[in-house]
Design a protein around this ligand. Structure first.
Ligand SMILES: Cc1ncc(COP(=O)(O)O)c(C=O)c1O
Length: 390
């Protein structure tokens, strides 16, 4: 199986053949947004340049303000909390569940204050968080819910697609993701006012754009009295070249996701037969889309043993696997700079989220983007050998 096929090449060729003619310069963006919204049974999809900008847009579009608090998990790529900072808001960290590694609803409840305005959950490594519980908390405390699904495409929760639960759901098309355009993102929602706000925010505050209309007209811009900017926005748009690739990838989404699931099944055969590794638990009624295959190294000495296992695996011919990112609140940015912001009541220090801290030190993220299953089988054999030797 190929990650990039002649379909992607054909669509990109069409954009180049059109030489970015203004009249045609939204063709793939419009097609992509329409099809994306249909897949997630929603009304609006708004293309973005990446899956960090999407979340900044979502917060701004919901009216979350500087100084407001937004609850996020610490065990994630930091874009989740960086987007909160981009909005001038304050990330408040809630611990994660020891089995699913996703944000824990009980932990969320503990950090809600009168300043909390929203929760951003993450479908970590492709697995849904407990959306029903998070929605119930949002309803009880009148909070907005944003899904960060950068790592999850076509994963499901109780029979519905991950992405069908939040006020906004965000996706990334960065190079490592299920669908890739190199860089890119998508934001979906069902509320027209929020979608209008989102489009305008991602499009420099232009008056002429709206929920379903990502472009201002030629008549508008040819009028010297045309007042363009009615609010402050960023230029977070997706380019037509990215959209062309994304349209092709979306047509192939099923095969791209299924391939990762097959790779996970291959790793399962090894991991399920050892106590040394413990995989991310997929509860009943959840379907993981396996952006990566994540396991915990069962050890009391992660400081040395993580490296010893990794070195042995690589020596045996294994691909280097990834560690979990440092917990966001452990990053120097948070410890040294954000901690000093006015209004940050939470102490960004060790002990804040003990479960996340336990998991982070032991996490191994095995790649699932093998386009040839023979390679995945070889990696699984090397993993097996490494476990025996360790
Ligand atoms: C959980 C999560 N959120 C957000 C992002 C940011 O996406 P992007 O790189 O498209 O900005 C990523 C990864 O890139 C991610 O893994």
């Amino acid at each position: 199986m190929e990650r990039i096929t002649n379909l992607e090449r054909k669509y990109v060729g069409e954009v180049l053949d059109n030489a970015f003619a203004t009249s045609l310069n939204s063709t793939f963006n419009n097609k992509l947004e329409k099809e994306f919204a249909e897949i997630f049974h929603t009304q609006y999809a708004i293309g973005h340049c990446n899956g960090t900008a999407t979340m900044h847009t979502a917060l701004a579009a919901l009216g979350v303000k500087p100084g407001d608090e937004v609850i996020v998990p610490p065990l994630t790529m930091s874009s989740t909390s960086l987007a909160v900072l981009h909005n001038g808001s304050i990330p408040v960290f809630a611990d994660v569940d020891a089995d699913t590694f996703n944000i824990s609803p009980e932990a969320i409840e503990k950090v809600i204050t009168s300043k909390t305005k929203a929760i951003i959950s993450v479908a970590l490594y492709g697995l849904s968080p407990d959306n029903d519980a998070i929605r119930a908390i949002c309803k009880k405390h009148s909070l907005f819910f944003i899904e960060d699904n950068a790592e999850c495409f076509l994963g499901t929760y109780k029979g519905k697609l991950v992405g069908e639960f939040g006020d906004f759901a965000s996706f990334s098309f960065q190079a490592s993701k299920h669908l890739s355009t190199g860089e890119g993102g998508m934001l979906i929602c069902s509320n027209e006012t929020f979608a209008d706000n989102a489009r305008r925010f991602n499009c420099l505050g232009y008056a002429g754009v709206s929920a379903k209309q990502g472009k201002i007209t030629r008549q508008d811009i040819q009028d010297p009295r045309y007042a363009r900017h009615i609010s402050l926005g960023f230029n977070y748009r997706m380019s037509e070249l990215q959209a062309a690739v994304a349209c092709a990838q979306l047509e192939r989404a099923n095969e791209l996701v299924q391939q990762r699931i097959k790779v996970a099944e291959i790793f399962d055969q090894v991991v399920n037969s050892t106590d040394l590794l413990r995989r991310q638990v997929e509860p009943d009624e959840y379907k993981n889309s396996y952006w990566s295959y994540s396991v915990i190294l069962n050890t009391d000495k992660p400081e040395t043993e993580w490296y010893r296992f990794r070195d042995l695996f690589v020596k045996n011919g294994g691909d280097g696997y990834y560690a979990a990112w440092m917990l966001s609140y452990d990053e120097p940015l948070f410890r040294n700079i954000i901690q000093k912001w006015n209004g940050v009541w939470q102490k960004y220090q060790a002990g804040l989220c003990p479960t996340a801290e336990y998991l982070q030190k032991r996490m191994m993220q095995l790649k699932t983007n093998y386009w040839n299953l023979v390679e995945a089988e070889q990696q699984a054999e090397i993993l097996q050998k490494t476990i025996k030797q360790f």
